[in-house]
Design a protein around this ligand. Sequence first.
Ligand code: NAP
Length: 305
Amino acid sequence: MRILVTGATGFLGKRLVKSLLADGHDLVVTSRDPERAAAELGEAVRAVAWDYRAQPLPAEAMSGVSAVYHLMGEKIGPGRWTRRKKEVLRGSRIQSTEKITAALTDQVTDFLCASAIGIYPGDTHAPFDETSELGSPDSFMTRLCSDWEAAAAATASSSRRHVSMRIGLVLGETGMLAPLVPLYRLGLGGPLGDGKQMIPWVHADDLVAMFRFVLSHRELSGPVNLVGPEPVPLAVFSRTLASVVHRPHLLRVPGFAIRAALGEASALVLSSYNVVPSKLRAAGFEFRFSAHAPALESVVREHYS
Ligand SMILES: NC(=O)c1ccc[n+]([C@@H]2O[C@H](COP(=O)([O-])OP(=O)(O)OC[C@H]3O[C@@H](n4cnc5c(N)ncnc54)[C@H](OP(=O)(O)O)[C@@H]3O)[C@@H](O)[C@H]2O)c1
């Protein structure tokens, strides 16, 4: 199958591309810098230049394509979400989705678009499945994700499905663990905030397996939570991380220190997202990592040793 992947040079895109190539798919990617993309992703991938702000999606990117994974977007964190940064966070997701929608051909049967668990309210410990109420439109993350999902949903028709993949906090070589592991190695790990917030972790290997599962399970459509099966309270997650790096778990890490390390993305860690993968479970997805401790051990061993 010919598949278009946007954001293919990113943390998740690179992993997905490798896995789709191994499955024998024919891949087209878009990038702001196609030469860099080709160098990073290899000759088997055809890289097309696309600046979503300045032009429609080039027709050559969509030629012969049956499925699209839309993963591009300005990095959420770290750093401050200035007005300018917020505009780029939104434009690179929502405007790009609208331009892809406009360019889809009748041949495209699957539009699989990233979204995030930040769409849910972060102020309760109640579990959220795909039928749960969304957060307040006053929350920047909720509004970003709901506008992004609305743009993606506009692509759905009787012959084409859309999936909004509500991705959790990914455990891998970058993302939330990158600033935390060095701190914990210095023995500075400890209960974070009040520690009761639920962490919707997902191992990066399982996430890529979920991306592929969503493509092959056409009964899945609309919002789908891509998270591990057992979110845990942050205090538990934090204690396990300290133990995995063989350090004590003593100091309470205050909210301001987490905000300093993670920037405004810290809201995702300091809020509570008890998100459960109901649709994936019902469709029979098999998790390789069902518990957070082996997931953390595996990621720290592979990427932070
Ligand atoms: N990683 C997570 O924990 C996580 C959690 C929830 C949701 N998500 C969502 O999943 C998607 C992929 O995440 P990721 O971590 O793989 O992202 P990433 O590593 O930041 O990569 C995203 C890619 O998007 C392109 N990009 C970045 N800024 C852009 C901009 N201003 N304009 C146009 N293109 C831009 C870049 O490709 P080029 O440089 O080649 O153009 C980049 O390689 C994102 O939409 C993200 O919001 C990720």
